[in-house]
Design a protein around this ligand. Structure first.
Ligand code: PGA
Length: 251
């Protein structure tokens, strides 16, 4: 059984003081999630990671939104895995479409980061998804296939088990234009098939999240899809009431 996972992606939002408030308010939600066998998490900015880790419940997953694959060195503006580990941050989102678009984050680069994270016993949340033009041209599956194959290249069955994948059609991120549950299920099922080709049996253990305009009102429908194991949520994860709504609607 794959445990359901609800992960908030805060992007470049929230001051550390606001993140602290959220972390404290989320404590009962983490307990509620835990008793319902759901994993709950957020991905704050680097500036708020330590604060959220400190003030949230122990079972709260606190993820970084990026990391560098080298341990240290002349990489101005970057943060390394040991730096995250020092603050007990064990999860990292990789290859989010905004980073692919604005920061030249390629699947090859993500692959190096995946390997470095796995070597450090950390959990990558590897994002994939197509643009609107690719969706309209019927290229969705070809795009995610390439992203998954490159992202998971050289990763063993054993190593892949703990990895998480997020399918986020770019045209539905922050736009309010939802992908239908049929599309979400169809693509997530396909991703699992591609994963099977790359990492074998681990594919059935890997959690695949759907992301893109997920809200309290529609989360249940997505999570009812057999190959959708959770959600990666941007806008609707920022306010504690809405975050609570997301959780309560999947209990
Ligand atoms: P959204 O963002 O929920 O605001 O559409 C999702 C994401 O980018 O992870």
């Amino acid at each position: 059984m794959r445990k359901k996972l609800l992960l908030g992606n805060w992007k470049m939002n929230k001051l550390a003081s606001e993140a602290k408030e959220f972390a404290i308010a989320s404590k009962p939600l983490v307990a509620l999630a835990k008793s319902n066998k759901i994993e709950l998490g957020v991905a704050p900015t680097y500036m708020s990671l330590a604060t959220v880790r400190k003030y949230s419940a122990k079972a709260m997953i606190v993820a970084a939104q990026n990391v560098h694959f080298e341990e240290k060195g002349a990489f101005t503006g970057e943060v390394s895995i040991p730096m995250l580990k020092e603050f007990k941050i064990n999860w990292v989102i990789l290859g989010h479409s905004e980073r692919r678009t604005y920061d030249n984050e390629t699947s090859e680069k993500c692959n190096a980061k995946m390997k470095a994270l796995i070597a450090n016993d950390m959990i990558p949340v590897y994002c994939c998804g197509e643009t609107l033009a690719q969706f309209e041209a019927g290229e969705t599956k070809a795009v995610v296939k390439e992203q998954i194959e490159k992202g998971f290249e050289g990763i063993s069955e054993e190593q892949a088990k703990k990895c998480v994948v997020a399918y986020e059609p770019i045209w539905s991120i922050g736009t309010g234009k939802n992908a239908s549950t049929e599309i979400a299920q169809d693509v997530c099922k396909y991703i699992r098939k591609v994963l099977k080709g790359v990492v074998g049996k681990a594919a059935s253990k890997i959690r695949i999240l759907y992301g893109g305009s997920v809200k309290p009102e529609n989360i249940k429908a997505y999570l009812s899809c057999p190959d959708v194991d959770g959600a990666l949520v941007g806008g609707a994860s920022l306010k504690i009431d809405s975050y609570e709504g997301l959780l309560k609607n999947i209990l």
